[in-house]
Design a protein around this ligand. Structure first.
Ligand code: PMP
Length: 404
């Protein structure tokens, strides 16, 4: 993998911040966009812009073709069985809200239970809580060990005959843990319980094969995998999507409407009410083709080296606590300088041109687990370099001197 060549594809990376070269380590929040993705957006608006699915004219047909090609690309990328299993949403959050609402309506009765892991992003907690409140359901929490690994053995103990779904993240956005979702799915399926995998932090790092995983549902966000914001995917096994009621009503999701009776469109349009983000879908198509041109395996190998290097160098500094030391991790390092506030560290790093995220990372239960108010999070992508990690570490040493 030629990282210097890849960096040239991302115009934003050549910027200076406060006169210093930008070191962008906030990739878990959102990734930067390669020129081909930026071009695809401009090209869409300058050449094909027209609403999809409801036009017979040339532009509308062309825009529809790109949108549906994006669906086919996602289907291939995650190895779904059918294009009908790919529902476009505005992101992982909307995907999970869609599922939580529909699943609740279809299957949840008072007293039923759901299992959610302790390391979930708020977007895989709150939609289920809202549903549980509406339907009178109970949430059980699958905890994790201090090293950031899930207590998988606990799953069997939490499952009972009222358990209706297990919701778990593939990769923790705060701890970097790559969960053994295949094994979790096997355990749940042995009890006929479906599983939702939150793949928001996995899609850009790991090859996902939904048929091999055998997950029932999966959520992802385009902007985490080099595409535009406002486009994401809910994958669902066809038989579930057929059974589930729609989440939102409106245009494009219907077959016929009358004041007496409305019938719904075939999958996946039943779940795509209103004008979809078709330009975003086009950008996702381009982004996934770009990732394929580099190869997820190559990306994963390189990011693993970055993670190993960063972990070792940060540990060598001393007086720094890293949160999340699971055996299998994606390229995310959360840490605190002992005795210093994460915001202060983040601000000092910012002045050196290093962009990291500070705070709870939308995972307050993880903060509660460690009894902390937040962490500094450095998250690496394929365009980051070892030299940039050196700059981060120089910044940490500087912050340590200034703040302690
Ligand atoms: N799940 C995880 C693990 C995430 O990291 C994020 C984004 N930080 C989300 C869900 C939500 O994604 P989005 O904001 O794109 O909907």
């Amino acid at each position: 993998m030629d990282v210097q060549q890849i960096r040239k594809d991302f115009p934003i990376l050549s910027q200076k911040i406060y006169g210093k070269p930008l070191v962008y380590f906030d990739n878990a929040a959102t990734t930067q966009k390669p020129q081909c993705v930026l071009d695809s957006i401009v090209n869409f608006y300058t050449t094909y812009n027209s609403n999809i699915h409801r036009g017979v004219h040339f532009l509308s047909e062309k825009a529809t073709e790109i949108y549906e090609n994006a669906r086919l690309k996602v289907k291939e990328f995650i190895n779904a069985k059918s294009r009908t299993e790919i529902v476009f949403t505005k992101g992982s959050t909307e995907a999970i809200n869609t599922l939580a609402y529909s699943f609740g309506e279809a299957y949840i009765k008072p007293g039923d239970e759901l299992i959610i892991s302790e390391m979930e992003h708020h977007s895989n907690i709150v939609p289920w809580q809202l549903m549980a409140q509406r339907r009178g359901a109970i949430i059980r929490v699958l905890p994790f060990y201090d090293n950031g690994e899930l207590m998988e053995d606990m799953l069997e103990k939490l499952i009972c005959d009222r358990t209706k779904i297990v919701c778990v993240t593939y990769v923790s956005n705060t701890l970097g843990t790559v969960n053994d979702v295949e094994s979790i799915i096997k355990t749940a399926h042995a009890h006929n319980i479906p599983v939702l995998v939150d793949a928001a932090q996995a899609i850009q790092h790991l090859k996902i094969d939904v048929q091999k995983l055998d997950c029932d549902f999966l959520a992802l966000s385009g902007h985490k995998v080099y595409a535009e914001t406002g486009i994401g995917v809910l994958y669902g096994k066809e038989h579930f999507l057929e059974e589930l009621p729609p989440y939102q009503g409106g245009g494009d999701m219907i077959k016929n409407v009358s004041f007496d009776l409305t019938t719904f469109a075939e999958l996946p349009l039943k779940f795509e009410a209103g004008t979809s983000n078709f330009v975003g879908a086009g950008s996702l198509l381009t982004a996934l083709n770009y990732v394929d041109s580099i190869g997820l395996d190559n990306i994963a190998k390189y990011e693993e080296q970055l993670l190993e290097y960063a972990t070792k160098k940060i540990e060598e500094i001393g007086g720094v606590t890293i949160y999340g030391n699971a055996k299998h991790k994606a390229s995310i390092v959360s840490f605190n300088i002992d005795g210093a506030h994460h915001y202060d560290v983040g601000m000092i790093l910012d002045k050196l041109g290093v962009a990291v995220r500070t705070g709870t990372h939308c995972t307050e239960p993880i903060m509660k687990h460690y009894n902390i108010t937040g962490t500094v999070r450095a998250s690496f992508a394929m365009y980051n370099t070892f030299e940039e990690i050196d700059t981060l570490c120089e910044g940490i040493i500087k912050a340590k001197k200034m703040l302690r």
